[in-house]
Design a protein around this ligand. Structure first.
Ligand code: PMP
Length: 405
């Protein structure tokens, strides 16, 4: 299957707009990706033709909507090679990690037990574990990051010990672009008797994921970076692992039976979906996955890698530029600083040229500290970006730097 970037772009209505009188060049997809027509239309169609609350009714619209919601779960299950009952809908990747951390805090972890993270984690995969450190004395350890932005896996034997109960690692760094060798890390964690959680918020976007082959206990991601809507994320958990987790929130739809004296809980995944779930968002996520699955994902990865290489080549003479993260095989994310300029100023000037990049700490303060910076700008490339956009970015960044020189 050939990859036709212009045909793909035509599916994204927002990409036709102008920003500050210039064509939009959207290089902030690692923060949130734009939405194809398939997603917009699936959600609109549901609202216009078949919408009601799920799991409740005996009427036609309730049954149709329940079917659409569960169909989305089946799409996600197929996408990850998981069982249907192993897919929990959450409000995002962040909530999925909180759900697991809080459940393991209640059911497994004791004071002195260790959770092994990495220095490159997003705050979403640090803070929920810090709660357990603060509240119950769990010890956090971190796999260090090398100067070129890889995990220093030589440190693993020293860090994985008899008290390591959980290893939680990002599949792909949202700052460095590094794609971590998660299969090997999972195997080593398992051999040490630890549970594994993979933060796939970035990783799932850029390569097919097979949770069975990976043998991860938990894998999480957010829909909105995967060309789907905001307000929904996915927690994959092995059936036995989900069954052993206590509920996260209480309310309707997650119970077996409730009396004034006692409660029993539904089986996973519904045990973890208290209240009215993100119904339209699930339908949108299902549409995003079906849409993406119709494309050649290897060709997309090649396209994004080529764009990244083109930008690096275009900026090869820029002695004022520092790129953070140079791991071999990294994804198309470029975090960078410009000598003499604050990252926020860089982002604001680029915006005048119609170019959208992110700037700040990228919710990864420990990683910023590791690289000795307080902030950086970040350009992230997606399947709809073009060579012309890569060149426009290089040109605008050169002009931006000239402003500060
Ligand atoms: N992990 C990583 C690696 C991310 O990039 C992000 C989003 N920036 C998150 C977790 C959190 O995702 P969300 O805000 O959608 O819950």
């Amino acid at each position: 299957m050939a990859f036709d970037v212009e045909a793909v772009r035509a599916e994204f209505p927002i990409l036709r707009r102008q920003v500050n009188g210039k064509p939009l060049v959207y290089l902030d997809s690692a923060a949130s990706a734009q939405k194809p027509r398939a997603v917009i239309e699936a959600m609109t169609r549901a609202m216009e033709h078949s919408y009601a609350n799920v799991h409740r009714g005996l009427h036609t619209l309730a049954n149709e909507t329940t079917e659409a919601y569960e169909q989305a779960r089946r799409s996600v299950a197929r996408f990850l090679n998981a069982g249907e009952d192993e897919i929990v809908f959450t409000k995002g990747g962040t909530e999925a990690i909180n759900l697991v951390a809080s459940g393991l805090g209640l059911s497994l972890l004791k004071a002195g037990d260790e959770v092994l993270l990495t220095e490159m984690e997003h705050h979403a995969n640090i803070v929920p574990w810090h709660f357990l450190r603060e509240r119950q004395g769990v010890v956090l350890k971190f796999i260090p990051v090398t100067d070129d932005g890889r995990l220093d896996l030589g440190a693993l034997p020293r860090l994985l010990g008899p008290r390591t109960k959980v290893v939680a690692v990002s599949h792909m760094s949202n700052v460095l672009g590094t794609i971590n060798p998660i299969a090997g890390i999972i195997a080593q964690a398992k051999a040490a008797g630890a549970l594994t959680l993979i933060d796939g918020c970035q990783g799932v976007v850029h390569a097919p994921v097979d949770v069975k082959a990976l043998d991860a206990d938990f894998y999480v991601f957010s829909a909105h970076k995967l060309y789907g809507p905001t307000g929904i994320g996915v927690l994959y958990g092995k059936a036995g692992r989900l069954a052993a987790l206590p509920p996260y929130q209480g309310g309707g739809e997650m119970i077996g039976a409730v009396s004034l004296e006692a409660i029993t809980y539904a089986d996973p995944p519904h045990r973890f979906e208290a209240g009215t779930p993100p119904i339209l968002e699930a339908i949108g996520l299902g549409a995003a996955i079906e849409w993406l699955s119709g494309l050649d994902r290897a060709a997309i990865a090649e396209h994004e890698a080529r764009l990244y290489a083109r930008v690096r080549e275009g900026l090869s003479g820029a002695n004022w530029l520092k790129v953070i993260g140079e791991a071999p095989g990294k994804g198309a994310v470029m975090a960078f600083t410009v000598d003499g300029a604050h990252a926020h100023d860089v982002a604001q000037i680029l915006d005048r040229y119609g170019i959208a990049v992110r700037a700040g700490t990228h919710c990864a303060e420990p990683l910023m500290r590791r690289f000795g910076v307080t902030s950086s700008a970040r350009a992230s490339f997606a399947l709809y970006n073009t060579d012309a956009e890569a060149d426009a970015f290089v040109d605008a960044l050169n002009r931006t730097q000239a402003f500060f020189a």
